[in-house]
Design a protein around this ligand. Structure first.
Ligand code: M6R
Length: 614
């Protein structure tokens, strides 16, 4: 989280920095700031809140920076210190001549701060970053060499960082480095760009160099030098990025989230292209690089992920175990990385991540790799840090997801899991040809069924608005849709701030039922199949405690009308595929409640799209 940009060249720098930050706003929106080289000093402009506040602030000062062609910028997701102007980046040393922007967390900043204060550093913010600004400045005062000062400073810093540094003595120099945080350099003609992510540079150049950990790059207007942590010069690997500039547009929808929900039928079609040709032919998944014999004998899989991707992973476990008979463990990456996991070269480890940059998942897959496991990554960003670590890579091709609340990437992850599970079942011969035929034919119909749901979204909107003023919300399901209940609750929490929880319905009676009364909405994900009758009984139990019952169902059962005050009908589908259908109304319910309450749907408070700190 946090995004950094830098530019050195011949163009007016502020526009480039602002455009870059706009592309990175998914990484945080607590504050924004830029620093630009002036004639005699570096000018810094900051604003609390979204980037638009910084843009307004900059308009007031436009004469001060109109000739400036070197600068750095930052968009913040607060970790240390409140989201205010004082803590907004860029940060400086005492005299303001050395200026930095930082993405990451400096773990030993307290020790560094104590040491630097003894030397006379005056700290103004509560951030960890400011310690780095003072540290580099002290070293620079001795060396007068900015690259060397950054290099020596990184020897003392512990934690994760991407840094971009400028000094008012150096009117033709920008220095950047990274460790466990993303950073790349865009290469233009007599100009260079620094950014946390590709979209910030792609409107200007497709040529770029990804920095590896501990490398330091020094940029002047017409040269770039790369060194390692010991100061040894390294060859520069500039590649052409397979990206086109994308104009991010809401296409007439009020929010990106609503647009992304509507994109889901086409996203599924995209994921299936080239992999599922027909119900009669085997799934083609060349992306899986494990050889067939290893796959045949595979009997253990671990899946690691966070948030929405973790919910996709839970459904992945369900279907892999059902289709292939392979035992699957799943775990939140943040838990996985701090315990002794039993992982070895016989385990397939699957990392799932929309962004491919989530720090916890990245660390987890690196740990698994170090233990010899084959690492398969399912991600929406085939150019991400996780993708670069992958032994096998399944890109989900959902297209850029702008809304912080994940929708289309989740559905694309689910479809990828179905493809993987069927692919493995075909190799291991664990499904009958009839079951294979049925599941493949029905998968091809899912996009149409979702289109049907979307065409009735007004009824879902009415239902959402009916419950919008609730303080709490419970989602219940059993079996394969238990993760759907968790994901439905997560969507509602994220964007409406309503306290929503998903439960396996059988667990209600073990405690949560105590919370039920006439003010509590309980939504049952009641899809036909093995647990339908059981869930119906659990719903009766909730109704008996006067809960406000809602059904999401593909059943036409008349008796549901007595039990539920609202029934959201979805097209019929076999139980094992039902998570693909059941999720859509839940996304819409969350969306319409948040919209009705006037919340910031696409950029909910306290969140960021890409979580690059542990
Ligand atoms: O990029 P990732 O899929 O690794 O992100 C994981 C979570 O941070 C993410 O799913 C988060 O929970 C979303 N805001 C969910 O809508």
């Amino acid at each position: 989280m946090c995004g950094i940009v830098g530019y050195i060249g011949t163009r007016q720098v502020v526009d480039i920095l602002l455009n870059g930050l706009e592309q990175l706003e998914y990484r945080g929106y607590d504050s924004a700031g830029v620093a630009v080289m002036g004639e005699n000093k570096i000018n810094i402009y900051k604003a609390e809140g979204k980037l638009e506040n910084l843009s307004s602030e900059l308009l007031i000062h436009k004469d001060e920076y109109k000739n400036s062609t070197l600068g750095i910028g930052h968009i913040r997701w607060a970790t240390h210190g409140a989201p205010n102007v004082i803590n907004a980046h860029p940060h400086t040393c005492n005299c303001g001549r050395l200026v930095i922007v930082h993405n990451g967390i400096i773990e030993n900043y307290k020790e560094l701060k104590a040491e630097l204060e003894k030397k006379g550093a005056k700290f103004r913010s509560q951030t960890d970053t400011e310690a780095v600004a003072h540290l580099i400045a002290y070293i620079y005062n001795d060396t007068k060499d900015l690259t060397e000062a950054v290099r020596l400073a990184t020897k003392k810093i512990e934690g994760a960082y991407a840094l971009c540094v400028m000094h008012s003595d150096k009117k033709d120099e920008l220095v950047a480095t990274k460790r466990n945080a993303p950073l790349l350099v865009g290469v233009g003609d007599d100009e260079y760009f620094v950014a946390s992510d590709v979209p910030a540079i792609i409107p200007y150049t497709k040529r770029a160099m990804y920095l590896n950990d501990n490398q330091i790059v020094t940029l002047t207007r017409n040269d770039m030098t790369l060194i390692d942590a010991e100061g040894k010069e390294l060859p520069k690997k500039v590649e052409t990025l397979p990206w086109e500039p994308v104009a991010l547009s809401k296409m007439g929808y009020k929010h990106f989230m609503l647009k992304e929900i509507h994109e889901q039928p086409d996203v599924i079609r995209n994921v299936l292209v080239g992999k599922l040709h027909s119900a009669q032919t085997p799934i083609k998944l060349d992306e899986v690089k494990l050889n067939k014999d290893t796959l045949k004998n595979l009997n253990r899989i671990q899946i690691i992920a966070c948030g929405t991707s973790l919910h996709a992973a839970m459904i992945g476990k369900y279907i892999i175990e059902d289709f292939c008979g392979i035992s699957v463990d799943i775990e939140a990456s943040s838990e996985y990385i701090y315990r002794k996991t039993v992982t070895d070269e016989h385990t397939l480890v699957i990392g799932v991540s929309q962004s491919g940059e989530t720090a916890d998942t990245l660390t987890a897959i690196k740990q698994a790799k170090a233990k010899g496991s084959h690492v398969l990554i399912i991600t929406n960003r085939p150019d991400s840090a996780m993708a670069r670590e992958a032994d096998s890579l399944i890109p989900v091709n959902a297209g850029i997801e702008v809304s912080v609340a994940a929708t289309k990437s989740y559905i694309a992850q689910l479809v990828s899991f179905y493809l993987l599970a069927i692919y493995m079942a075909e190799i291991k011969n664990t499904m009958s040809s009839k079951a294979l035929y049925e599941i493949k034919s029905e998968m091809m119909l899912v996009p149409q069924k979702i289109e049907q749901i979307l065409s009735h979204k007004e009824t879902i909107k009415q239902c959402a608005q009916h419950y919008a003023n609730t303080k709490d919300f419970i989602y219940v399901a059993r079996g394969i849709n238990y993760p759907t209940a968790l994901e439905g609750a997560l969507k509602l929490k994220e964007i409406s701030y309503i306290n929503a929880t998903g439960y396996p319905a059988g667990e209600l009676k073990h405690g949560p039922i105590a919370m039920l009364d006439e003010s509590m909405p309980v939504l049952s994900i009641l899809m036909k199949g093995s647990v339908y009758e059981k869930l119906l009984s659990n719903s009766e139990e909730a109704k008996a405690r006067n809960a406000r019952m809602i059904a999401l169902t593909n059943s036409k059962d008349e008796k549901l009308k007595d039990l539920f005050e609202y029934i959201i009908e979805v097209p019929d589908i076999q139980e094992l595929l039902s998570p693909l259908i059941a999720m859509i109304p839940l996304q819409l319910i969350a969306y319409y409640i948040a919209e009705y309450l006037g919340k910031d749907v696409d950029q909910p408070r306290n969140l960021a799209k890409s979580v690059t700190v542990e």
